[in-house]
Design a protein around this ligand. Structure first.
Ligand code: BTN
Length: 234
């Protein structure tokens, strides 16, 4: 298929309750954040989307879903495969400074209300090499390359979905501190100076953490600021 996120969007009309998971073995038009392409070769990677019904949730808290997903993934991979995972805000997953997983959350809105969220996840699982034509500034890796052995993709998916469910209950019960704590536990460069690219404006700032809207808290020129969308260069 082209993209599991796009497919989920098409299926939404019949699945208003959420909970749907769309999985692909390969994507022809895998999409990444900020308009980038997500390299999705057949067999090696895991590409899937989870549909959540957010109609009864407090709108301003929905951005927390991205942090929740990144923390649940990092925890699954650390605990199941004994790898050390870092999260680069908002939701890139890295091992040994190399990206192996990305998350693209998309909101489906109607009358200014977010009714559904599609969480799209791409994981380089058993990849041995990467397409060098795909625009990506960061060096990439896969679980196979970091671990030295192949992973059962179906098992990884099942383990992650179980954990996501636990996090989602915490989210529904508004245990945002729990999610922030877990996310911060994996976050890279907290209390460090990093370069931030916000719409092609590059500046240095100290990373402090995230707030319960999922925004990045930074210290820039002595002032606290909150960032909702940008790219970190670490
Ligand atoms: C990123 O880091 O830029 C996010 C990458 C997200 C890729 C996944 S693969 C499954 C889902 N379908 C897509 O088209 N994209 C996401």
């Amino acid at each position: 298929m082209d993209s599991t996120n796009s497919k989920t969007k098409e299926l939404i009309e019949n699945n208003l309750e959420g909970g749907l998971i769309v999985v692909a073995t390969e994507q022809k038009k895998g999409r990444g954040r900020l308009g980038k392409k997500w390299d999705s070769p057949a067999e090696d990677g895991l590409y899937f989307s989870v549909l959540l019904d957010t109609r009864s949730l407090k709108q301003e808290k929905i951005t927390m879903i991205t942090l929740m997903t990144a923390a649940a993934l990092a925890e699954t991979i650390e605990e199941e495969y004994q790898l050390t995972v870092g999260i680069k805000w908002p939701n890139d997953l890295l091992i040994n400074s190399k990206k192996f997983c990305g998350i693209l959350t998309e909101a489906i809105t109607s009358e200014n209300k977010i009714n559904h969220i599609i969480i799209g996840i791409g994981i380089n699982v058993n990849n041995k090499n990467f397409d060098t034509n795909v625009d990506n500034k960061y060096s990439r890796s896969s679980l196979y390359l970091e671990l030295g052995n192949k992973i059962d993709k179906a098992e990884l998916l099942a383990l992650f979905i179980n954990r996501l469910e636990q996090y989602y209950f915490a989210f529904i019960n508004e245990s945002f501190d729990y999610i922030i704590d877990r996310w911060t536990n994996y976050a890279l460069s907290i209390n460090q100076e990093v370069t931030i690219n916000r719409q092609n404006e590059y500046f240095q700032a100290l990373l402090i953490g995230v707030n319960n809207k999922g925004e990045l808290i930074i210290m820039r020129d002595g002032n606290i600021q909150y960032i909702s969308s940008a790219e970190l260069i670490i």
